[in-house]
Write a protein that binds this ligand. Structure first.
Ligand code: HEM
Ligand code: HEM
Length: 201
């Protein structure tokens, strides 16, 4: 019998997905919008709550192993790869509100313009670039995360069902094509592992 994440872990995962999607859609489009005191204060409040929830979530989830629901032992390379993607996601979820708060602080200090590329750049331009870049990286990581979850569901490893409340009558696949792809995947992990272990010698 494979293990499942706790109800609280599922609540944090899916509650946070809603918070993140809301944050992305309600985003400030132009620096000028911060002129409105109410918007500036709302952004600061939202970013602070977002940051606190990410920290609570990370602290809680640290006690659970990656691929908690997997029925079969997971290759060490696969494990580290997934864990790195999760950590990179957390790094984005911390840097996103943090760079937003830096923008708010700089705005309040009088940095109220976003220079064009040929004008002299200020610290505000650096903060805005960082904010935008982190948002873009988070989209890529979440895309990889969702694809990996769907692929794992197709293989029927048990990981999907440990976190996702739907389509969770999961059984190991009997599809020969998927089995071949999974064998190829395992082979890649073995090769990566042997590269690292031969470097260690
Ligand atoms: C269809 C959408 C999604 C599916 C099916 C899905 C599925 C999963 C599954 C199965 C896990 C558990 C992995 C494990 O046990 O190691 C997980 C963990 C995680 N998910 Fe998602 N996810 C989805 C969307 C998202 C989104 C949009 C975000 C970010 C906003 C996200 C962030 C995370 C993070 C950070 C973890 C790591 C949990 C931890 O160990 O702290 N997921 N997800
Ligand atoms: C968790 C909180 C936040 C999220 C999820 C978020 C998300 C985003 C995203 C996705 C963008 C678009 C980036 C791009 O198109 O390159 C953006 C832009 C922006 N954000 Fe945030 N943001 C957050 C907090 C803040 C805060 C606290 C401020 C400042 C009060 C802020 C100020 C801005 C500004 C001024 C822009 C427009 C940049 C431009 O002129 O191109 N954000 N934000």
């Amino acid at each position: 019998m494979s293990q499942s994440h706790t109800t609280f872990a599922k609540f944090l995962h899916w509650g946070f997905v809603i918070l993140y999607v809301y944050g992305i859609f309600k985003q400030v489009n132009e620096l000028d919008e911060l002129e409105e005191k109410k918007i500036l204060l709302f952004e600061i409040l939202f970013a602070s709550i977002f940051l606190i929830i990410v920290i609570v979530r990370y602290s809680y989830m640290r006690s659970f192993k990656t691929f908690l629901g997997a029925r079969e032992p997971v290759h060490v390379v696969h494990y580290y790869f997934a864990r790195s993607i999760h950590r990179a996601m957390y790094a984005c979820f911390i840097l996103l509100p943090l760079s937003g708060l830096i923008i708010a602080g700089l705005y309040a200090q009088g940095y109220t313009v976003n220079a064009t590329p040929d004008e002299q750049q200020t610290i505000m331009d650096v903060a805005l670039d960082l904010h935008g870049a982190v948002a873009d990286i988070s989209y890529v990581l979440i895309f990889i995360h969702i694809l990996a979850a769907i692929y794992s569901r197709i293989k029927g490893e048990g990981v999907w069902s440990s976190m996702v409340p739907i389509f969770n009558e999961e059984k190991p696949t009997n599809n020969q094509v998927i089995k071949k792809i999974a064998a190829l995947e395992e082979d890649i992990y073995h090769r990566v592992e042997s590269v690292f272990s031969s470097k260690k010698k």
